[in-house]
Ligand binder design. Structure first.
Ligand SMILES: [Zn+2]
Length: 154
């Protein structure tokens, strides 16, 4: 697959207070209060993958399963035409107030710093689009009503 054909997604959640969460092989991970954007890719069945992240109960298979079980997803985007997931995570982390953490989260199949990006404040659609690059298309993934954000949304 060429880099430009990556079928990526971003799932956003909010951690309301400093919390330690067991994350599989990473062990207990301390999540500071704030927003977290998880970058993933799915060559096939991407919508089903994202829906799985949004499901309240599931087998805890990936790092992200532990996070989204503890803190339900608030928003998700599908990203077409960006470079790979490692690159998108890096570009998101370059936004103001953002950083990749915890180290190596979700990076079991690559060598990068990690696929989870912390934000002190909620990242907006336009920021995700700017991180994805000019040639990429970013569109909102419809959340089930129980997960719809309640306020301050764009
Ligand atoms: Zn990576």
């Amino acid at each position: 697959m060429s880099a430009g054909a990556a079928r990526l997604y971003v799932v956003l959640t909010y951690v309301p207070r400093r919390t330690s969460v067991p994350v599989g092989a990473l062990g207990p991970v301390m999540f500071e209060r704030g927003w977290y954007a998880y970058v993933g890719s799915a060559a096939r069945a991407r919508r089903a993958r994202v829906a799985r992240h949004l499901a309240p109960e599931k087998p805890l298979r990936w790092h992200a399963d532990h996070l989204f079980t503890a803190f339900p997803a608030r928003r998700a985007w599908l990203v077409n035409g960006a470079a790979g997931e490692c690159e998108l995570a890096g570009a998101l982390a370059a936004l103001p107030g953002a950083a990749r953490r915890p180290h190596r989260f979700g990076a079991g199949d690559c060598r990068c710093t990690g696929h989870l990006v912390y934000f002190a404040r909620r990242p907006r659609h336009v920021e995700v689009a700017s991180a994805a690059g000019q040639r990429a298309a970013v569109r909102a993934f419809g959340l089930p009503p129980r997960l719809k954000p309640v306020s301050g949304d764009d």
